[in-house]
Structure formats: C-alpha cells, structure tokens
Design a protein around this ligand. Structure first.
Ligand SMILES: [Zn+2]
Length: 102
C-alpha cells in the first residue's frame, strides 16, 4: 500500500508530514505548507516549505530566514531565476540523503 504523497517544491513528500505554515503566498495565493525532516546527526530539523509556485525552500528549523513577510518576494525572485529549490544555510552541511525526503 502506498502512502499518500504530495509535491512540495521539487520533492515528493508524505502527505502526513505536510503542515500548513500559517501564511499564504502572495504570488499564487495558495497556503504555504511545510514538511519538517529529521536529520539524525543534527539537532535542528530541515524544514521544506512550498506553495503552488513549484519552488521549494529549505530552512533549518532554528532559523527564521523565511516568513510571511518575505515569502512572496522570494517566490518572485525564484520564478524569475527559474529556480526549483532555494536553500538557506548558515554554513552547516546539508545532511547526506536529504534529497530523499521520504
Ligand atoms: Zn506561491
């Protein structure tokens, strides 16, 4: 039996892992959703945000790089640049196998 999945940016994630982020995208007018992924070696979880714009945004849980104020601006820039994925990072390594959000 396959678990229900949905797209969040370029990734397919388990629908059960996806929560509402609490704000809307000003570009596509859809609610922004977030899936938090545990990285075994790190305390902070990686948060994958997405809306209807088909752009994924990854932020560490303990950072506040993305919020309702800057989301629409980030989406506009990402779409202009044809980006599928934006990662906000503060010099920490992306956990191995992160691409396999499952
Ligand atoms: Zn959007």
């Amino acid at each position: 039996m396959n678990a229900k999945r949905r797209m969040l940016g370029p990734f397919s994630v388990l629908a059960d892992d996806v929560k509402l982020a609490g704000f809307f995208c000003g570009v596509c007018k859809e609610p922004v959703r977030v899936a938090k992924q545990h990285a075994p070696t790190l305390a902070a979880r990686a948060c994958l945000f997405g809306c209807g714009c088909d752009v994924g945004v990854v932020v560490w849980e303990d950072q506040s790089a993305i919020n309702r104020q800057n989301w629409s601006r980030v989406m506009k820039q990402a779409r202009k640049a044809n980006a599928e994925l934006i990662i906000f990072n503060t010099g920490e390594t992306t956990p191995p196998g992160f691409g396999g959000v499952n």
